[in-house]
Design a protein around this ligand. Sequence first.
Ligand code: PD2
Ligand code: ZN
Length: 282
Amino acid sequence: MSLSQEISPELREWVAAQLAAGHSVPNLRASMRAAGWHDNVADVVLGEIEARAAGIAAVAEPPRKNMPGPDLSGSPLYIDAGDRRVQVLQTMRHPRVIVFGDLVSDDECEALIAAARLRLARSLTVETQTGGEALNVDRTSDGMFFERGENAVVARLEQRIAALLQWPLEFGEGLQILRYSPGAQYRPHFDYFDPGEPGTPTILRRGGQRVATLVMYLQEPEQGGGTTFPDVGLEVAPKRGTGVFFSYDRPEPATRTLHGGAPVLAGEKWVATKWLREREFI
Ligand code: PD2
Ligand code: ZN
């Protein structure tokens, strides 16, 4: 079907949020008509949402074109990230994975761990059922979030990441710090928010979908604790100062970005994770 009006992610989110808030389909259709939307636009959006609710694969969203990531044309060995020359150690196309070396200095790793240690609590992950947070047994690490720009080290690292990944600093969530003790792991998961979950529209109001992840290793364990990509049999070693970046141009398993934190077998692993959204994260 050809639509004369473009269906934006914002429109989809808005319709889903209205439905989640209990507005009826006829009322929604009337509001959309009053706002100038053609009925066929309303039909398509409502149809997608109903199909998802019924567990039927909805019409796939087209992949995003504008994505975070460094300019790899010319296969550079180093990228100038403003205040630091970052190494490109390994790249993969599908899934899009890039391993960066010398991304975080030892002093920065120490400073982040010291500031985070005081505020560790049992990790919470965003609960897409409700849009709130809940204990997640799939993650046995301890964690906390820094506010964006909360201290000088966080601010410096965020500027470096924005330059490296060519993505506005304001589109990033606050830095998350995780500590894994022996036995702790993060079972394989996707970092994007599942469009089929009822709590997702609420989460998406703050900056839209996640489109990329950067996991930075602040302290390496003695054994275990790699970041795994089970769909492609890849495991990234948790080397201090190194970061693994991966991006997903649509919230779908077809991106092959299923990934996990393998169990730490000995020692303690600390990471910092930066998630990037489609838009400004407020
Ligand atoms: O610590 C990791 O290796 C890891 C693995 C999977 C971190 C995350 N996911 C994450 O922070 O999302
Ligand atoms: Zn993850």
